[in-house]
Design a protein around this ligand. Structure first.
Ligand code: NI
Length: 283
């Protein structure tokens, strides 16, 4: 009966059947009981030898223990070294990408400041009735002015400045030349004939440009030209309120600079010279 109960208990403890005590297994017999080796009898005359053996063994154990400790220490230093290296590596990678990101940001900011989205390709008709496009002016510095021939004072003043600048650069035996363009903002009144006569008054190099409503609207939006027609007087004459900007375009057709009413002739000449030098040093 005792054996049956013991077997049941053993089944219940099946995962740890080997942990059955020696006494228990001897009772229920699920694990064959192997009698241990007969123990060595300790005689009093062997006690000295035993003590020496014990001392020897303990010294060896201590040595082993010390060696293990040393190994552990070395390992921990190694692990620390590897961890430090990994951290340094990760930090270096992070720094590299951070610097690259900053550089890209700076480039983007510089690009926005240096090259505003002004200008682009266009097709218009000149004061001789010939269709002209921005493509045929590639390779030449351009000064583009937007105005109207009926302007009483401001447009003539600006065009006089442009004519003087063009004369300054184009009269030089060497160096880049400039082509001045006058784009009308009043196409109904500025006919080809009127424009031709008007432009020649300033310089024969000034080319008047007009076009269809769509063509003109396209170039106005590309150069961000603002204007507003005023109320006509008794004679039907009216003024046009408009932006007073002369754009300087590089031989690549890219915006380089702009000049306004306050820009003096000397300042414009100096500025254009610097822009030209900078451009030629790049290309
Ligand atoms: Ni004007």
């Amino acid at each position: 009966m005792e054996r049956i109960l013991a077997r049941k208990a053993c089944k219940l403890w099946s995962p740890c059947v080997l942990s059955c005590s020696r006494n228990m297994s001897s009772v229920h017999g699920c694990i064959r009981y192997k009698p241990s080796q007969p123990q060595q009898t300790i005689y009093p005359q062997n006690s000295g030898l035993l003590q020496r053996n014990l001392q020897k063994n303990s010294t060896m154990i201590l040595r082993c223990f010390e060696q293990e400790k040393k190994k552990e220490k070395t390992m921990s230093w190694k692990a620390f070294g590897v961890m430090t290296l990994c951290c340094c590596g990760l930090y270096a990678i992070y720094e590299y990408f951070e610097q690259e990101r900053k550089k890209e940001k700076m480039k983007a900011a510089y690009k926005n400041v240096g090259s505003p989205q002004i200008g682009g390709s266009w097709i218009l008709t000149d004061h001789n009735g010939i269709q002209r496009s921005s493509k045929e002016f590639k390779g030449t510095w351009l000064l583009i002015y937007f105005g109207f021939t009926h302007c009483p004072d401001v447009c003539p003043d600006e065009l006089e400045k442009i004519a003087a600048v063009v004369k300054h650069f184009n009269s030089k035996p060497a160096g880049p030349k400039i082509k001045p363009l006058f784009v009308t903002i009043d196409p109904e009144r500025d006919t080809k004939e009127i424009m031709k006569k008007y432009c020649e008054e300033f310089t024969p190099e000034l080319l008047g440009l007009t076009g269809t409503k769509e063509e003109l609207q396209d170039i106005y939006s590309k150069f961000r030209v603002y204007f507003r027609y005023g109320e006509p007087d008794n004679t039907g004459d009216y003024l046009v309120d408009h932006t007073l900007v002369t754009y300087l375009m590089t031989p690549d057709g890219i915006y380089s600079d702009h000049f306004g009413k306050k820009s003096t002739l000397d300042l414009i000449k100096e500025n254009i010279t610097l822009r030209m030098e900078k451009y030629s040093s790049k290309s």
